[in-house]
Design a protein around this ligand. Structure first.
Ligand SMILES: Nc1ncnc2c1ncn2[C@@H]1O[C@H](COP(=O)(O)OP(=O)(O)OP(=O)(O)O)[C@@H](O)[C@H]1O
Length: 621
């Protein structure tokens, strides 16, 4: 499907390349576990190695028991001769079980710590990357897989520990086998390598399918939200979208099902080939053992121990192959996580250097010099070579038709996006050379696409300034300015009403009520620069009047940048910039722009005509 193009190419990495990454992944997992909890990592390492040594010891003790039992002499004598080895075996088994319990406990209690460490590190990055990261589809895909990689991190750490334990155990068995007859070691390898290879290959096939399905899964997630979520529920019903969405779902699932069936066929074929070859090789090992026994090259006790050893080795190897398979697939999920962290680093803001430590002083002037910006995959510039100056205390307005670049320019002035070319400076120094926290503390932004934070009404306003403890008086004053106070008091729990319908006692608000809360959040702080992007699009006339009155009252104290399509609200602005296709095409105050009879005058008259009897036009003075 159209939205899947390009993903398949990313899933074409070879099995060997990925296998070669395993040691690096193991090291990353061990480092992670060390960072999460040193003591537990040490306990796991000690119990793992101890368990392996005890396995070898147990095998040799078994051999000794068999040697004593198969020796000549009366039975009671043979049994009593075997007793010390039997006691040693019992001791080793008990000790190994104890170590296993201790190691298991350490692993289980390590898992939540690793989980927290990994998830926290991911959120550290996702909350700091530049906004432009969210403009690319690759970033969204990467992030989807990175979140899956969080669960894999714990699995990789546990898998790495278990694999280590399995390898130590296997080494022990191999050592015991070599002591009995070196040729048997070769036989063991032949018997187990095909199975291990098949496991690896099957894991690789599963992961390839997983990567190729990343966009499809996101699409499915989207359809889940659209068909079962609250946001789309009303439109879904009013436009009768049910059959359309179900059809989309069926199409995606049809593709998904056939891909999963093809995968099941390939995995079964791979594991079947591994099992057949492995089975034949095992038969070869037992034949070899029989031949050695018949030729008298090994005694019967050694042969019996050897059968036990072969079985133990096969069990250990089967477990190891399974572990490698899991580790391999979890490791690849985990490498999606580590890969995301590496790739996301290109979207991190510039590292804070000495120069950035200085906090900006109160705004005196803000210069926009030759600023341009193009969004990824767009041929045209959203903002095209704009130069302007804003002086402290001024009220500035950006007006223009939809898509003319107002929001994009404002977001660069707010320091949320970096200009492609040109520079924006605060008191003569580029924005990115000031301490970012200090800068954002001096700028308040009320965005057009505001977020409905699932917190109480009070918190929704208080987060306008999280640098100080919430102050009820301050919150209520800000709410009053945005015509939100009375509305909030009318809610079931007033300011403490939770604004999320999906939780018990939660409430939802109308679009205009939400917008009042959003404006209150912006007005909470007496920022030097207040940017209001369409703050009144959903407000009723009374609320709109109150909000703009509050904004006008700040004139001279605060510098205000206003974006609105309701041109009556920008009449009082000191300077109005008219944008068209990313450029400033006119600027001046209201009267001079009306006088000049250009684009602004045309838009203003069009709007004003709607309020006049018979659609009469206001004439320029
Ligand atoms: N995240 C984005 N990725 C790609 N293109 C974008 C993105 N945001 C905006 N654009 C495009 O950039 C151009 C300018 O958009 P912008 O939002 O700045 O316009 P605007 O003047 O604020 O419009 P409106 O009046 O509708 O709010 C438009 O062509 C828009 O389609």
């Amino acid at each position: 499907m159209w939205w899947e193009s390009g993903v398949r190419a990313r899933a074409q990495t070879g099995v060997l390349t990925l296998f070669a990454e395993l040691p690096r992944l193991l090291m990353t997992a061990l480092r992670l576990s060390w960072r999460a909890d040193r003591l537990r990592t040490i306990v796991i390492a000690v119990t793992t190695v101890g368990g392996g040594v005890l396995t070898a010891f147990g095998l040799l003790a078994t051999r000794q028991i068999l040697v004593e039992l198969f020796a000549g002499g009366p039975t009671p004598q043979r049994v009593s001769a075997a007793l010390p080895a039997l006691a040693a075996l019992a001791g080793a088994t008990a000790l190994r079980a104890g170590l296993g319990l201790a190691g298991g406990y350490a692993q289980n209690t390590l898992a939540p710590r690793v989980d927290r460490e990994v998830e926290r590190t991911l959120f550290d990055v996702t909350t700091v990357v530049r906004l432009d990261a969210f403009d690319t589809a690759e970033f969204a895909d990467d992030m989807e897989r990175a979140f899956r990689g969080i669960d894999a991190a714990v699995a990789v750490v546990q898998g790495a520990m278990n694999l280590l334990a399995g390898l130590v155990g296997l080494l022990a068995v191999a050592a015991a086998v070599v002591i009995i007859h070196p040729l048997l070691l070769l036989g063991l390898l032949v018997a187990t390598v095909p199975g291990a290879w098949a496991s690896l290959r099957a894991g690789h096939q599963r992961h390839q399918t997983y990567i190729a399905g990343s966009v499809r899964r996101r699409r499915l997630g989207l359809l889940h939200r659209l068909m079962a979520g609250r946001d789309a529920a009303a439109e879904l019903r009013s436009y009768r979208l049910r059959p359309f969405l179900l059809d989309q779902y069926d199409r995606v699932m049809k593709a998904e099902t056939s891909i999963q069936l093809a995968l099941a066929r390939r995995v079964t074929a791979t594991t079947a080939a591994g099992s057949v070859i492995g089975g034949l090789a095992t038969a070869g090992v037992y034949t070899l053992l029989g031949v050695l026994l018949l030729r008298g090259q090994i005694p019967i006790a050694a042969a019996a121990t050897c059968v036990l050893a072969v079985q133990a080795a096969q069990r250990a190897l089967a477990a190891i192959a399974l572990l490698i398979d899991r580790l391999y697939s979890d490791g690849q999920h985990f490498s999606d996580y580590t890969g995301f962290m590496t790739r996301a680093s290109q979207f991190l803001p510039a590292a804070e250097t000495e120069r950035l430590v200085e906090k900006p002083d109160r705004l005196r002037r803000l210069d926009v010099s030759g600023v341009s910006l193009a969004y990824p995959d767009r041929d045209t510039l959203a903002v095209d070579h704009i130069t302007l100056t804003i002086h402290a205390g001024q009220t500035i307005a950006f007006v223009g038709e939809n898509g003319s670049g107002k929001t994009t320019l404002a977001s660069m002035i707010a320091g949320l996006r970096q200009p492609g070319t040109g520079a924006i400076s605060w008191n003569g120094r580029p924005l990115d050379e000031w301490d970012p926290d200090g800068l954002h503390a001096r700028i308040a932004v009320v965005t057009q696409q505001y977020h409905r934070w699932p917190f109480t009404a009070a918190t929704n306003i208080a987060i306008g300034d999280i640098t100080v403890e919430p102050d009820q008086q301050r919150i209520e004053t800000a709410a009053g300015l945005a015509a939100a106070h009375t509305m909030i008091l009318a809610l079931p729990h007033g300011y403490e009403t939770l604004l999320d319908r999906t939780f018990a006692e939660g409430q939802d608000l109308s679009g205009g009520q939400w917008q009042r809360i959003t404006a209150a959040r912006g007005l909470l702080r007496t920022a030097d620069l207040l940017i209001l992007d369409e703050p009144s699009s959903a407000l009723d006339p009374r609320a709109e009047h109150a909000l703009f009155q509050a904004i006008r009252n700040r004139h001279g104290d605060t510098t205000t940048l206003l974006i609105t399509h309701r041109l009556a609200n920008v009449r009082h602005a000191d300077h109005i910039y008219v944008l068209h296709q990313g450029r400033i095409v006119e600027d001046g105050d209201h009267d001079s722009l009306i006088e000049s009879g250009g684009r602004y005058a045309e838009l203003f008259h069009l709007q004003a005509a709607g309020y006049l009897p018979g659609g009469a036009r206001e004439r320029p003075a």
